[in-house]
Design a protein around this ligand. Structure first.
Ligand SMILES: Cc1cc2nc3c(=O)[nH]c(=O)nc-3n(C[C@H](O)[C@H](O)[C@H](O)COP(=O)(O)OP(=O)(O)OC[C@H]3O[C@@H](n4cnc5c(N)ncnc54)[C@H](O)[C@@H]3O)c2cc1C
Length: 396
């Protein structure tokens, strides 16, 4: 048994703490806030068993032109942030070329995704979180026939290549399945194997409570105080210094800043997203992704959560309401939204690696430092799976 401090108590950090604890280690979770209060709080809450391929950068000239000229809402950007993301984005573009993507990236990614629900299932059962989980999938809906046809072809490919089940609905069938839907759409793909959570931050808290009930501890403090202490590490908690043999960095989008101090230049594409909540009477029965406007509608305990796609940004860029305003308009075309629940927009950052795969493993430069970050669009899905992989690498 050895002592390990896990820096960061989002979905990834809490899952990592549980997996290391299960391997017999004495683990302390370390965060400046409570568990699941940042990115893992504000996402769409989908455990995406269908997301077997990570998002490559669209490289066709038509889409690139539309993004560059600000005609898309699923991807937006501001000139002021461009110098910060241009270099990581070029790496992302290189990795999105079909050869390497198909040969290396997609196979590694799909292996993780295909065990995500199984890895969550154990924790959901043990932490008593069943009440906030639904196992009836979510729908991607399409406004245009061209978009729908392409989606049906992808769904067929995913079924034959990866065994991922789905159910295709025509516009009329979708209208029957979603009586509150006000717009006539071309159709939908219902991804039946994915799960959804009505309270993503609450699920992380359930997992953190399980970790504590099993003898783990959680401490508040600033992870940026991390420093070498002999052969191990020291970090300053609000109650004084803590020392440990090994440390795992699970700081999501804040990870590159910390590991940068220890000689690791980690490029990251910061894909910011926004959400706001609405009261709604006849909202969607299932979570719904309006693909062509980049708008996600997720029924949550707090109300209907309307979320945006990606704003290519920096961690501390000031907020802009342009993308979430457009997504709200799109959501209003689909359903009759009532009053807003929350006064302020939430924003958070998908920690996206140019290579599309999370960093899971040891630092080659700093003995005793381990990484588990960079899960991009699917960190809520992949927390327990990447934790299991890391724990296997760290050993007993
Ligand atoms: C709009 C949006 C929608 C999304 N929808 C989905 C979805 O439906 N399904 C899905 O799988 N994924 C989704 N994601 C992605 C997912 O939310 C993230 O990949 C995931 O939450 C990352 O988890 P994490 O634990 O790595 O990071 P975080 O949850 O951000 O955790 C990092 C932790 O580090 C702590 N921290 C940071 N700096 C310090 C410091 N200096 N000292 C101490 N502590 C510190 C923070 O307080 C935080 O608790 C979405 C993301 C966004 C933005």
């Amino acid at each position: 048994m050895s002592e390990i401090i896990v820096l960061g108590a989002g979905m990834v950090g809490v899952s990592t703490a549980l997996a290391l604890q299960a391997n017999g280690h004495a683990v302390t979770l370390f965060d400046r806030r409570g568990p699941g209060e940042e990115t893992s709080f504000g996402n769409a809450g989908i455990i995406q068993a269908e997301a077997v391929e990570p998002y490559p950068l669209p490289l066709d000239p038509k889409t690139l032109f539309a993004i560059a000229t600000g005609r898309t809402n699923d991807v937006v950007w501001r000139m002021r942030d461009l110098p910060h993301w241009l270099v990581p984005l070029l790496g992302y573009a290189r990795n999105s070329l079909p050869r390497g993507y198909k040969a290396n990236i997609a196979p590694s990614w799909s292996r993780m995704i295909l065990s995500a629900t199984e890895d969550h299932a154990r924790l959901i059962a043990a932490s008593g979180a069943e009440a906030i989980i639904a196992r009836d999938g979510y729908r991607k809906v399409y406004r245009t026939a061209a978009g729908f046809d392409k989606a049906v072809a992808t769904a067929e490919r995913y079924r034959s290549q990866y065994g991922v089940p789905s159910h295709t609905l025509s516009g009329a069938e979708l209208a029957d399945a979603e009586p509150g839907l006000q717009a006539k759409l071309a159709g939908a793909v219902h991804w039946t194997c994915s799960w959804s959570c009505q309270d993503p931050g609450g699920l992380v808290r359930h997992y953190a409570d399980l970790f504590m009930a099993r003898g783990g501890s959680m401490v508040l403090g600033d992870a940026n105080s991390l420093e070498r202490a002999g052969a191990g590490w020291r970090v300053q908690s609000n109650n004084g210094p803590l020392t440990t043999e090994r440390v795992v960095v699970c700081l999501g989008p804040w990870s590159p800043a910390l590991v940068g101090r220890f000689g690791h230049a980690v490029p990251m594409v910061y894909k910011r997203g926004y959400h706001r909540h609405f009261h709604v009477k006849d909202g969607p029965k299932l979570p719904l992704f309006d693909v062509e406007t980049g708008t996600f509608l997720s029924p949550m305990r707090m109300g209907l959560r309307v979320l945006t796609g990606a704003e290519l940004s920096t961690l501390d860029a000031p907020p802009s309401s342009r993308q979430i305003d457009r997504s709200t308009l799109a959501a209003r075309e689909l359903f009759a939204l009532g009053e807003r629940v929350d006064a302020q927009d939430w924003r958070g950052t998908r920690p996206f690696m140019p290579g599309m795969l999370p960093m899971i493993g040891p630092s080659e430069k700093n003995p005793g430092m381990w990484f588990n970050f960079g899960h991009g669009h699917q960190g809520f899905t992949l927390g327990p799976t990447s934790a299991r992989i890391l724990a296997e690498k760290m050993g007993r």
